[in-house]
Design a protein around this ligand. Structure first.
Ligand code: NAP
Length: 335
């Protein structure tokens, strides 16, 4: 497995990283802590060198548990891995809505408290890659970037980035303190950020793709008989998992199945190989709580798709019907 450089940052990661969120958050009952630690360590053995978490990944009982788990699991492997975590949002738990809406908060004092607490929970001296989780409309990008510059100078973080970043924010923040990577939603059903590729290339910034299997949907392992906990599993409200959406997305699932058969692979692997083959500065971070899927997802980096195959797939993705997707406001994807 050849590591990839995130942009021109000098930070190298495995093409497939492990999104650790699901061990503690959004996909049902949290995984038993010991089991989660074992899984993360198994991922290191498989070859993963990139692990993603966030200060807000946790449960009602332990709102920051994910960072604690990642920290404990990776302590023996500190020199071999890159850990990314995130700051700058909290849940609006008073809203009574599920999932709780996010409240962005990137005030300097909030960031400084967050970074110190994340360092402690992760049991590290320095965070390798620190993402602003969501843009805060009340705090200018230059202000956040200035704090990042100071945190780098203080040795608390090595690199920084922005999640769900747009072009203007990237340009303005990058001018103050160079951004190593953005972390945006990207999958065959959510291609709206492809428009940022030229900007990333111009500025030498990497792309970390989150929810790359469209929250598991593209694996074709879920159907009308799948049941998701209404209080603990975000999939219970994700538009791509409704019965109507399963019908609407059938052509897409069939396309994936056909390519998977040709490549002796699985649908999930093709959905990952497709994005890896697109850009060399992109790393995808699928999440899973099953050992066999850890291996399956990682092996996607061995599957090669030619530029002609990518073009053919993109053409089809432009044409075939698709349902709405969680986290994407517009159904129409501009590419
Ligand atoms: N920056 C942000 O705002 C943001 C937002 C969301 C997520 N993230 C990051 O991105 C990571 C991944 O995103 P995600 O978990 O939302 O979406 P995802 O990786 O697209 O999908 C994860 C889901 O797919 C299932 N899955 C994974 N591999 C599979 C396979 N080979 N076959 C069948 N099912 C499979 C998992 O179930 P099992 O566990 O049962 O395998 C899990 O429910 C997160 O862990 C987190 O680190 C970041």
């Amino acid at each position: 497995m050849k590591k990839r450089e995130l942009g021109k940052s000098g930070l190298f990661v495995s093409p497939i990283g492990l999104g650790c969120m699901g061990f503690s958050h959004a996909y049902g009952k949290p995984t038993d802590r010991k089991k989660a630690i074992e899984m993360i360590r198994e991922a290191v053995k498989i070859g993963y060198t990139f692990f993603d978490t966030a200060e807000i990944y946790g449960s009602e009982e332990n709102p920051h548990e994910n960072e604690e788990i990642v920290g404990e699991a990776l302590k023996p492997y500190r020199d071999q891995v890159v850990i990314s975590t995130k700051f700058g949002i909290r849940f609006d738990t008073e809203s009574g809505q599920y999932p709780s809406p996010l409240i962005p908060d990137a005030r300097e004092e909030v960031i400084r408290k967050s970074v110190d607490e994340s360092l402690q929970r992760l049991q590290v001296d320095m965070i390798d890659l620190y993402f602003q989780h969501r843009i805060d409309p009340h705090v200018e990008p230059e202000k956040v970037a200035k704090v990042m510059k100071e945190l780098i100078a203080e040795g608390k973080i090595a690199h920084w980035g922005v999640s769900e970043a747009d072009e203007e924010y990237i340009r303005r923040a990058h001018a103050v303190c160079p951004i190593t990577a953005i972390q945006n939603r990207y999958s065959m059903m959510a291609r709206h950020y492809e428009k940022l590729f030229p900007v990333l290339e111009e500025l030498g910034i990497g792309f970390v793709a989150f929810s790359p299997i469209t929250n598991g949907f593209l694996s074709d392992k879920y159907g009308k008989d799948s049941h998701f906990d209404k209080h603990l599993d975000y999939r219970s409200v994700m538009p791509q998992f409704t019965n109507d959406a399963i019908d609407e997305n059938q052509q897409l699932l069939d396309l994936l199945k056909m390519i998977a058969q040709q490549k002796n692979a699985t649908s999930a692997q093709i959905s990952l190989a497709w994005m890896l083959s697109k850009k060399p500065y992109l790393s995808a971070i699928p999440g899973t709580r099953k050992i066999e899927r850890l291996k399956e997802n990682f092996q996607a980096c061995e599957i090669e798709l030619s530029q002609e195959e990518i073009k053919m797939i993109d053409q089809k993705l432009n044409e075939i019907p698709m349902s709405a997707v969680f986290g994407v406001s517009s159904k129409k994807v501009e590419v």
